[in-house]
Design a protein. Sequence first.
Length: 134
Amino acid sequence: MSPIALLLNVLWIVCGGVWMAVGWVIAAVIMAITIVGLPWAKASLNIAVYTLLPFGQKAVSRADYLGREDIGTGPFGLLGNIIWFVLAGWWLALGHLITAVLLAVTIIGIPFAWAHLKLAGIALWPIGKEIVPA
């Protein structure tokens, strides 16, 4: 991780990164309790780590990154994302959106607001995503 990414990640944690990462972990725990929701729990934990330290990483389609389709990037991934959206995606996206609006009020918070907006999009459709170094 570069020094700038490290600095941005430290500032990010102070500016709302922790509480949104906790939201992702709560979603993962709820999904894991159901046993059927284990695939969503795994995706949620991956995004929770990304939410905690987003700078220096990016979320990409796993099919594009690996060069092949798998169960999470095909029709089952689509179905999984629809179920995720209904159960948890919309409220996580709303949390990121509210945090982005609050951060955008300040000049220094604009880069963090932009990162929250990107995470709001991922919150709506996380299945089939891979977190990779930027």
